[in-house]
Design a protein around this ligand. Sequence first.
Ligand code: COA
Length: 145
Amino acid sequence: MTTHLHVTIREMKIQDYADVYRLWDSLPGIGLSEADQQPAIQTYLNHNAGLSQVAVQDNRVVGAVLCGHDGRRGYLHHLAVAPEVQRQGIGRALLRTCLERLRRLGIQKCHIFLIPDNREGQVFWEQNGFYLRHDLQLMSCDLID
Ligand SMILES: CC(C)(COP(=O)(O)OP(=O)(O)OC[C@H]1O[C@@H](n2cnc3c(N)ncnc32)[C@H](O)[C@@H]1OP(=O)(O)O)[C@@H](O)C(=O)NCCC(=O)NCCS
């Protein structure tokens, strides 16, 4: 657990779900789907124990990020900081905590997914060591009807 500008960064628990979902839902740049419903997030947290983080200020969740890996590469989803506390280093602190945990697990590269018109998000990632891939495109397949 780390403390940053009176904000504590700690592991996300399922008990944080309602606060975290409300935060995600309030922010453009975060695309939500059925994969973000509580049972799916519970599965995600169990599968990636201790990796996802929240930022808490005065008992209030002001930041969150999902972090996981597949044994090969790391993935971050839905990094979010409440508008009134943005630009205070909370996003970076959440990111650093996740990357350090992935590093300790031997993961050597981490990917994120960015909605193409999220310019501010892109600047954040670029300022924090991420680079846009021009050699890859994301393709997906639905496993349910
Ligand atoms: C992206 C986000 C998580 C950044 O959180 P944050 O706590 O404000 O970021 P930080 O204060 O740690 O910023 C670190 C650095 O990133 C860059 N940065 C962050 N937000 C920026 C913005 N809006 N415009 C330009 N640069 C920005 C700056 O270089 C900043 O350092 P500085 O403040 O010393 O200049 C936050 O803006 C957010 O929740 N956005 C909406 C959701 C979203 O788009 N998430 C990303 C999904 S892929």
